[in-house]
Design a protein around this ligand. Structure first.
Ligand code: ATR
Length: 278
């Protein structure tokens, strides 16, 4: 069977932008041996047959795969070796075939977010407010802490979930962490990240305008052609620095591309291309 060397696997998968992003990265290195056989496609795996799909891909010479909803936790369990950032995230979005046929599990989502944030503000010494306590939030905490912020507050509708995550990460850092519900957020923050899925339903979060420090960056992991509900909230609160998650998407792909090929692609032109196509 003829198959690509790299895949993005999910369900659904038809609208994944990853093939286009990775094709653009590979084109930046045309002629290099590392990408001589680079071909990237999407694969729709049945909900109950992710492991079988990965096994078949590996048998047929696959080299690496991106994993998306709803398989990131299953990819974590399938990995025989994992990076620290995958362990911290509890989820895997990047698989790499090891020479012995086993799977290395990595998670590049947080690094993609941090790289995008750093294009706009410094994180070292800053106060971070992370909104949400699901998989998306968990995946970015370790990479954010690695930037040595002053503090990180995790706010969530279900406060117990935020408390659990904070207890987990506080054990490994001296940076002060805290959990609370939205109505109990105190003080102002230099970086406010929306990691909730509230805007999927068009909903706003019950946060006060006063949480944004002067010159704060409002970052939404969501993106779309239109302004997201969270970024609209931030604009109305007077925040001028507002960024959506398209750069995180391209950034996590760049990290995965480097894991597979050892080559660091230039994100900017690919981000501009993807932005133009929204
Ligand atoms: P993901 O993997 O995308 O993080 P998830 O694990 O289902 O998905 O988490 C979704 C996050 O969005 C959670 O923080 C959830 O809050 P709860 O833990 O209280 O459920 C948050 N969320 C979803 N819809 C929301 C809404 N309408 N208002 C506020 N928070 C919402």
């Amino acid at each position: 069977m003829n198959q690509p060397t790299y895949l993005v696997i999910g369900n659904p998968i038809a609208h994944s932008k990853s093939p286009q992003i990775h094709a653009a990265f590979a084109a930046q290195f045309a002629g290099r041996a590392e990408v001589a056989d680079f071909a990237y496609d999407r694969l729709l795996a049945p909900i109950d047959a992710f492991a079988a799909a990965v096994a078949q891909f590996a048998e047929n010479g696959g080299k690496g795969a991106n994993v998306t909803v709803p398989f990131k936790e299953e990819a974590f369990r399938l990995s025989v070796a994992r990076t620290d950032r995958a362990e911290a995230a509890g989820a895997v979005n990047t698989l790499k075939l090891l020479p012995d046929g086993g799977l290395l599990g990595d998670n590049t989502d947080g690094a993609g977010l941090v790289a995008d944030v750093l294009r706009h503000i410094e994180v070292r010494g800053r106060r971070i407010l992370l909104l949400g306590a699901g998989g998306a939030a968990r995946g970015v905490i370790l990479p954010l802490l690695a930037q040595a912020p002053q503090s990180l507050i995790l706010a969530n509708r279900t406060v117990a979930k935020a408390e659990q995550l904070i207890a987990h990460f506080q054990a490994a850092t001296t940076i002060p962490l805290a959990a609370c519900e939205y109505a109990a957020i105190e003080g102002e923050f230099d970086l406010v990240i929306n990691a909730t899925s509230a805007s999927l339903g068009g909903e706003r979060l019950p946060i006060a305008n006063s949480i944004f420090a002067p010159n704060a960056l409002a970052y939404d992991m969501m993106y779309g052609k239109d302004e997201t509900p969270f970024l609209a909230q931030a604009r109305e609160a007077g925040v001028s620095l507002r960024v959506d998650g398209l750069g995180m998407l391209v950034g996590q792909a760049a990290e995965a591309f480097e894991v597979w090929t050892g080559l660091r692609p230039d994100v900017e032109p690919v981000l501009a291309m993807m932005r133009a196509q929204l």
